[in-house]
Design a protein around this ligand. Structure first.
Ligand SMILES: [Zn+2]
Ligand SMILES: [Zn+2]
Ligand SMILES: [Zn+2]
Ligand SMILES: [Zn+2]
Length: 163
């Protein structure tokens, strides 16, 4: 048995600070399969989000668009992160197109762009970006921090705070 930190990952792509919690990764699959316990099959990979080992049936290993290897277990909190990341990249692309035309990143908003969202780096009008208090993890502890966020990035917060 070894204690291992979940691998750090590309904060720019995710646009979110990941809580790099330390879990004890074992050589076997740690995905819960019933109320009584975990799967226990041979480990195929280690989940990049939660740090648990998983077998070939309880997760996916694939390369993303940039060719970066992704290992994600089948726990619903981790699947939600993977799906959110896909949605986020689509959103970011749409915001970039609008910003390139000098428009606020929100679809059909006619206002001029002004302020940058700290997560997606998109530009938004005063109406569509706001300073808000968010919680981030620092050394396993949730701490409040002020951040300027668009509505999309504000709405996806809870997904990334679930472990
Ligand atoms: Zn996981
Ligand atoms: Zn398994
Ligand atoms: Zn944003
Ligand atoms: Zn706007």
């Amino acid at each position: 048995m070894q204690t291992q930190r979940a691998r750090p990952f590309d904060v720019n792509a995710v646009g979110w600070l990941i809580d790099r919690m330390s879990v004890t990764t074992t050589q076997t699959c740690q995905v819960k399969t019933s109320v009584f316990g975990v799967c226990g099959d041979d480990r195929a990979a280690i989940c990049q989000y939660c740090g648990r080992g998983f077998c070939s049936r309880h997760g996916v290993v694939f390369n993303d668009d940039q060719g970066v290897r992704q290992e994600v277990c089948s726990r619903k909190q981790c699947v939600a992160k993977r799906e959110d990341l896909d949605r986020h990249l689509v959103y970011k692309a749409a915001v970039t197109v609008r910003n390139d035309r000098g428009a606020c990143g929100v679809d059909r908003c006619g206002s001029e762009l002004g302020t940058e969202c700290v997560r997606c780096k998109g530009l938004f009008c005063q109406e569509h970006v706001r300073r808000r208090e968010e919680a981030v993890f620092e050394n396993q502890v949730k701490v409040p921090r002020m951040a300027t966020l668009c509505r999309h990035c504000w709405a996806r917060r809870p997904i990334w705070l679930k472990r």
